[in-house]
Design a binder for this molecule. Structure first.
Ligand SMILES: Cc1cc2nc3c(=O)[nH]c(=O)nc-3n(C[C@H](O)[C@H](O)[C@H](O)COP(=O)(O)OP(=O)(O)OC[C@H]3O[C@@H](n4cnc5c(N)ncnc54)[C@H](O)[C@@H]3O)c2cc1C
Length: 426
């Protein structure tokens, strides 16, 4: 049987860029950084991913490679030795990492946010002259650690209550003392636990005589070797096993003032005015969706390395399965690209609703595409010797991640579509 193709098509390349630079009119920096991530992912991360998952260990070797390639400083401004990537450049680059190792991309997100939020995002916010001055001084020290010494920052916010959803103040507290703060509390799901050099936590600064308020949220880097900081609990989850997201306990941990990653009140301002900051978990899962599609194409063509060259592509049901995956992938990519292109301070309501829709779509479709991939490829494809079953398990985790879980996105889209700001039914 000969394959009949009506249109002149390029060769099938299962490692082609997720976003073709010309078709999506990427900037030169976006094209170069995402190309760098793709080549590193393909050459090094893809083969290592299986062991990190099986043993639930942190992808240390990948971080060493990312440091060498300058990717730990991807969002560090160029004048501090980084690549100076903006939000969109980071997002597109992270998707390419997620395609080859989900746990690396997800943990890299936690690290990169410490630079993105203190860098391009803070530059968009209103700070007093004094706060701006001290912020610029402090962030220079963080950037030096990252770019010149390969230091890694984690981002543990979750506490198990409603704080990580942005509904109530964080219960981890920062009591002001001479020269810094004393931190007490607990963070669950601390990705990079045991491997980060600094834990960039969100906590509530105690204002004597006042009730806790989300406005008093502080974003502070706690050194991993600080006295009173403990890592507890085990880590044996369904997916994203290489993130090693154990529990942190803080017992009166002293943190010097210079470890403030943002001045007082600035995190709250960012959360209010730069909502796309909460979409940065999504590229990991877009990458996973692309990887499941790529795997399916290779597998059905009988081209997966190490497997007998058995072709399964000639069955119409397989072609329909791949078509369904492709449709979902194209829809997901298009909406996501639009949403990340609109990221800015003070976006319109429509843009925020679109960001929720993009987040929901990536997180849910990644899992749906993976389950279609398993069904379409068949029984042998879900053996642990192949990446698909890992992609399937990893993809289930995206929708669970606060503050923009799939459920919260649905709630907000529904409410936002039906109510004007401040409108009630009274
Ligand atoms: C692999 C992995 C890595 C992670 N790494 C990190 C990390 O590095 N740092 C970090 O801070 N967190 C991390 N998390 C935690 C994550 O962001 C969530 O905090 C966690 O998954 C929430 O779990 P929970 O059971 O406590 O959720 P709960 O708070 O009990 O919520 C359960 C569900 O209820 C819904 N819900 C919650 N609040 C609301 C609301 N206000 N309105 C409507 N619905 C709501 C949500 O859909 C949510 O999924 C990680 C999670 C995973 C799975």
């Amino acid at each position: 049987m000969t394959l009949h193709v009506d249109l002149p098509l390029d060769d099938i390349d299962t490692d082609a860029p997720i976003y073709d630079a010309q078709a999506f009119r990427l900037t030169q920096k976006e094209a170069e950084l995402s190309g760098l991530a793709r080549s590193l992912g393909k050459a090094k991360f893809a083969d290592r991913a299986e062991r990190y998952d099986r043993e639930a260990i942190f992808p240390t070797e990948n971080y060493e490679d990312m440091h060498k390639a300058g990717l730990l400083g991807v969002c560090v401004p160029e004048e501090h030795g980084g690549y100076g990537a903006d939000y969109r450049a980071y997002m597109i680059t992270a998707a390419e990492i997620g395609r080859y190792c989900g746990a690396t991309a997800l943990t890299w997100n936690m690290h990169v946010c410490s630079c993105l939020w203190t860098g391009p995002l803070s530059d968009d916010l209103d700070l007093s002259d004094a706060d701006r001055r001290s912020h610029l001084e402090r962030r220079a020290a963080h950037y030096d650690r990252i770019v010149n010494h390969g230091k890694i920052y984690a981002q543990p916010f979750s506490e198990g209550g409603a704080a990580a959803a942005g509904v109530v103040p964080f219960s981890t507290s920062a009591a002001k003392v001479d020269g810094g703060w004393k931190i007490s509390g607990k963070k669950i799901f601390a990705s990079l636990s045991g491997s980060a050099d600094y834990y960039g936590i969100l906590c509530g600064e105690i204002q004597p005589g006042q009730a806790p308020s989300r406005r008093d949220t502080m974003y502070v880097a706690v050194p991993a070797d600080a006295e009173g900081l403990k890592i507890v609990g085990d880590w044996d989850p369904l997916g994203m096993r290489g993130t090693v997201s154990r529990t942190l306990l803080f017992e009166n941990v002293f943190v010097p003032e210079d470890e403030a990653l943002m001045p007082r009140g600035v995190y709250y301002q960012a959360a209010m005015r730069w909502p796309h900051m909460f979409m940065t978990l999504s590229p990991t899962y877009l990458g996973i969706a692309q990887a499941a599609y790529d795997f399916t194409v290779k597998y059905l063509r009988g081209e997966w390395p190490g497997l007998p060259p058995v072709k399964r592509r000639m069955y119409p049901t397989k072609q329909i399965g791949v078509a369904q995956m492709r449709l979902m992938l194209e829809q997901t990519k298009a909406l996501w690209f639009q949403a990340i292109s609109e990221a800015r301070p003070d976006p319109s309501k429509e843009q925020v609703l679109r960001a929720y829709a993009a987040q929901y779509t990536v997180m849910e479709n990644a899992n749906e595409i993976c389950q279609l991939a398993v069904r379409t490829c068949g029984g042998q494809s879900m053996l642990k010797s192949l990446p698909l079953e890992r992609l399937y398990r990893d993809s289930r985790c995206g929708s669970l991640m606060l503050p923009w879980t799939a459920e919260i996105c649905m709630d907000r889209i529904g409410r936002g579509a039906l109510y004007e700001p401040g409108e009630t039914d009274e």
